[in-house]
Design a protein. Structure first.
Length: 159
């Protein structure tokens, strides 16, 4: 992939550092490693689901870490100390450690995680704080304008 230089844009913009960092990290991170495979779903306007195919992994071999704007899913496969006399003829199921990172938008948190049938399902919820939600502002009718209040206030003060 072609590398882009965002330096001229960084000099002429204010407050977009995080956006440029994400673009540069995305360009660096697209090395083609797509293990484990995953699905991203939008369940509703503010709910999302990440599903990773983790055949052969147990729940204690998987770590899920949620940091600010980052979800990190890592798996470390335990050593198989089978003393069985069998010989593997074909190894088609990936049995390796992995680390998968997902950039999260602001106010997105992990609601739950579940491992069943070789699929790790992580439920995400976007919760915008009340202070940041849009508020409807009532429009006055002009009956109690500040000018009238000042006149009434002057009349009370003169009496």
């Amino acid at each position: 992939m072609r590398q882009f230089d965002f330096t001229p844009y960084r000099r002429s913009t204010v407050g977009f550092d995080r956006l440029f960092d994400m673009l540069e990290a995305s360009a660096r991170g697209s090395s083609g490693d797509n293990y484990p495979p995953f699905n991203l779903e939008r369940v509703s306007d503010d709910r999302y689901r990440v599903t990773l195919a983790l055949a052969g992994f147990k729940a204690d071999e998987i770590d899920i870490t949620a940091q600010q704007n980052l979800l990190l899913v890592a798996g470390k496969k335990g050593d198989s100390n089978d003393n069985s006399p069998t010989q593997m003829l074909h190894l088609g199921i990936a049995n390796r450690s992995f680390e998968r990172r997902f950039e999260l938008a602001d106010f997105v948190r992990v609601a739950s995680a579940d491992l069943a049938d070789g699929l790790l399902t992580i439920e995400l919820v976007r919760e915008i704080p009340e202070a940041m939600k849009p508020k409807k502002i009532a429009i006055g009718t002009g009956a109690g304008t500040p000018a009238e209040s000042a006149i009434e206030h002057k009349a009370v003060a003169a009496a």
